[in-house]
Design a protein around this ligand. Sequence first.
Ligand SMILES: [Zn+2]
Length: 143
Amino acid sequence: MTLTEKVLPAPPPFVHPEVKPFWEATAEGRLVLPKCLECDTLIWYPRPFCPNCASTRVEWIAASGRGSIYSFTVNRRGQADLAAYREAGVYVLAYVELEEGPRVMTNIVDCDPDSVRIGQQVEVVFHDTGQGTALPRFRPRGA
Ligand SMILES: [Zn+2]
């Protein structure tokens, strides 16, 4: 079984009010990153303060949606602790390093899991949760 045969589930995330802009953007097919206005740090995961200088002066900037695979693992067995993924079949869990720098935990989709490689160029896709948000995932670029 490959990812092209089975679509990953897209369970809705818990949306904390302070990171609502992130999730609202995903619903519109845009990837945004919080950026600290005091020290220019790009913040990941999304949160309403800067982990570098503790400032709460944060703005949301548009990310390119492009990156490369920093590390990954192919999950071939259902995870009992993640109910939504129990029947997901084989899928790829990865850290993607965005062009802007942050490393994002995500899934690699729309490809054969056995073809995934470290350093591979990827681009974001959005999987609708059906509840006003979408999960950013990545697929090989130019494939
Ligand atoms: Zn800062």
